[in-house]
Design a protein around this ligand. Structure first.
Ligand SMILES: Cc1cc2nc3c(=O)[nH]c(=O)nc-3n(C[C@H](O)[C@H](O)[C@H](O)COP(=O)(O)OP(=O)(O)OC[C@H]3O[C@@H](n4cnc5c(N)ncnc54)[C@H](O)[C@@H]3O)c2cc1C
Length: 388
């Protein structure tokens, strides 16, 4: 059977790329998705639980006809939030009282829901993009790590995350390291301290911050807890110290070196987490000098590929919303005027992306500044009471 080349290629089957794919599917516009993972069930490698906001992420899911399914998977009581300092002084306590605005969903559930909403043959798994090149006739060639190539598209959308291969066709800017790493572990229901953690953390998120360091615990859909330690580290620390990082001494060192003097109720989350390998996420963002780009024919970016920001609780929502706005622009201008669609989409997306970069910087100061409990307290105090 011969297939004609779809006019739109989406690189990356993360939340942004799959939302765009689903919306094109709904609008009956042909496309193909290329993804390096071998399936939607591959290890969820970025963030455990994600809160989906009513004013952007949820709008995209409604337009995609997936909101009821989302609601059946979402954890509304996951919106409960408590922040303390290292001595357990409460900075912010927001129990769940029926809020609708920002329910949580496991990242892997969100991805699976989106992937299952489009025909399987539209996603090419195991397709790792190595580079993109523009040929002399202006056509973009996508080169894969297995040596194969794909071309003939009218539009290539880079939805390939922080280390986007597509980005180099629109800008020479690259992500910069923030100086902060998250180390991640799990506390499962079989863990001896699990019941204590249920009382301490509850159904949502628990955050302890002081002196530019933090411990975060959040409940997942399977009732386990994901625990993060956010600490300053050199950029390649986990690779340069691979043996130590993989050894049982790592957690003792983390507690003694980074969290000396913190209340044991907080450090026990690290000390007694499940006996398994920790994961390390060095946090990156595009530089604050980044100003976006002037539209380029035949290519655009969505999500982290377009505006990777220091983690600010908005990343996945912006990725979903980018997919939503790009799909609308493609529908409005049609396949014969895709460059106009790119321009109209980027006119709104780039300012929003630059704002997200700024919010990331503010979040970094608020949560990782040397005076982090004070910054966070001042921020909480400045909020309208009903917003808290
Ligand atoms: C530790 C951590 C915690 C986070 N917590 C939150 C949070 O609580 N709330 C929030 O809103 N955001 C959070 N984020 C950010 C959020 O995960 C991202 O902003 C969001 O996933 C961006 O979606 P995306 O689709 O643009 O990119 P991604 O989710 O990165 O998806 C990109 C996709 O492209 C694929 N890909 C990458 N390179 C290639 C290639 N060369 N070839 C083919 N495929 C490729 C990847 O496998 C992936 O499937 C967190 C991030 C981290 C690191």
């Amino acid at each position: 059977m011969a297939f004609s080349t779809p006019q739109i290629a989406i690189l990356g089957a993360g939340p942004g790329g799959l939302t765009l794919a689903r919306l094109l599917e709904v609008k009956r516009i042909d496309y193909v998705v290329y993804e390096r993972d071998d399936s939607a069930n591959a290890f969820d490698n970025q963030g455990g639980s994600l809160d989906i906001h009513h004013d952007d992420g949820q709008l995209a899911l409604k337009e995609a006809g997936l909101f009821d399914k989302f609601k059946s998977l979402a954890r509304y009581d996951g919106q409960a939030f408590k922040a303390v300092d290292k001595d357990l002084n409460v900075i912010w306590d927001m129990p769940y009282t029926g809020q609708e605005g920002r329910p949580e969903i496991d990242r892997k559930e969100l991805r699976r829901m989106l992937a299952e909403s489009i025909p399987p043959q539209k996603i090419r798994w195991n397709a790792k993009v190595q580079s993109l090149e523009r040929e002399i006739d202006g056509c973009i060639v996508v080169k894969f790590s297995d040596g194969s190539v794909a071309k003939g598209f009218k539009l290539v959308v880079g939805a390939d995350g922080a280390w986007s291969k597509a980005r180099s066709l629109v800008t020479s800017e690259r992500p910069e390291y923030s100086g902060i790493c998250y180390f991640r572990a799990t506390i499962s229901p079989a863990n001896p301290i699990y019941h204590r953690v249920c009382k301490q953390v509850g159904t949502g998120m628990y955050l302890a911050v002081t002196g530019g360091k933090q411990v975060v615990a959040m409940r997942m859909g399977d009732a386990s807890y994901v625990v993060y330690a956010g600490v300053p580290r050199p950029e390649h620390w986990s690779k340069d110290n691979a043996n130590f990082f993989q050894s049982s001494r790592f957690r003792e060192h983390l507690v003694a070196h980074d969290f000396a003097g913190w209340n044991s109720e907080i450090t026990d989350l690290l000390t007694y987490s499940d006996d398994e390998q920790w994961h390390c996420w060095p946090l990156y963002s595009l530089p604050m000098t980044f100003k976006g780009w002037k539209s380029v024919s035949g290519i655009t970016l969505i999500g982290d590929a377009a505006h990777l920001s220091f983690t600010n609780g908005e990343g996945v929502n912006h990725a979903l919303f980018d997919g939503f706005q790009l799909a609308n622009a493609i529908e409005k201008f049609g396949l014969d005027s895709l460059d106009d669609a790119i321009e109209a989409y980027e006119k709104k997306m780039i300012p929003r992306g630059l704002e997200s970069l700024k919010e990331g910087e503010e979040a970094k100061r608020r949560f990782f500044g040397e005076d982090s409990p004070q910054q966070l307290k001042a921020w909480v105090a400045s909020m309208p009471t009903e917003g808290v």
